[in-house]
Write a new protein. Sequence first.
Length: 271
Amino acid sequence: MLHRILYPKFSVSQKHLEQKLYNKTVLITGASFGIGRLLAEKLAFKNTNLVLMGRTSEKLKEVCEIIKKNGGNASYIPGDLRDQSTIDDVFKYLKSKDVGVDVFVNNAGKSIRRSIYSSLDRFHDFTRTMNLNYYAPIELVLKLLPEISKRNGQIINISSFLVLLPAMPFWSAYQASKGAFHTWLKSIQPELNKRGVTCSNIYLPLVRTRMIAPTKKFDKAPVMEPHQATEIIAKSILKKGYNFKPWWVNPTRLAFKLFGKSYIKRILKNN
Ligand SMILES: NC(=O)c1ccc[n+]([C@@H]2O[C@H](COP(=O)([O-])OP(=O)(O)OC[C@H]3O[C@@H](n4cnc5c(N)ncnc54)[C@H](OP(=O)(O)O)[C@@H]3O)[C@@H](O)[C@H]2O)c1
């Protein structure tokens, strides 16, 4: 019941999605697991070219096989997006196939929830999250822009509701890196819009994927199911410029203004 209230159900028309993506190329990062994988499987259409990325080759191969079995069309480029060579591989591949990207879904991401006192010898937490959540999508966007602009394309940024809330203890690496890319994209958005490129920001709540699995206290929390997240992303493909945030984000911001200090005291006590 609570789940229904927090995440009202809706679904997009597969037929409309197929029409919208007719003869289009969609690049999805982080398509080997979780939300990106489900999204790729949802976009298995005969005349849509999917280019999938992630580090785990065997998982990407598996997704491509499922997509092909369902009548779709997908290829993959394995690699760590924090490496320059992976980014170079993406553009070599697109050039070799002579295709330009119409829709870029910036989905690959790394989340860390850790106290700063458990991070004293973990500077790499901060470089890793910045490299994946901030620098990699910036470089991809810079390199995609010439083609995506010619095609009046779309950039869909899979972000987090956390970037809309005040800074929270334990989330420094994740919240700062996701927030940095969010600010960057917001800053360039008017220029992109002027050239016909639209952006969508999808501020997801907690979603039941392997990303939140290490935090045991989320096991019983009323979180969003991954297929609901993919419906939201699909809606942003259908409706250019569509942004999503859970309806309860604004009331939560207000509650923070009123009770934020005592809430933070409580989470510090319980951790
Ligand atoms: N789950 C949540 O609660 C939640 C909430 C808000 C926002 N989000 C956002 O939703 C997006 C998808 O997350 P998810 O929940 O589906 O997590 P997930 O199941 O862990 O999937 C993350 C994807 O990113 C890829 N990835 C991770 N590190 C990578 C790297 N260095 N290079 C290339 N690819 C990499 C992973 O593939 P490999 O491991 O094969 O590389 C995987 O395909 C993320 O941007 C996340 O920040 C998630």
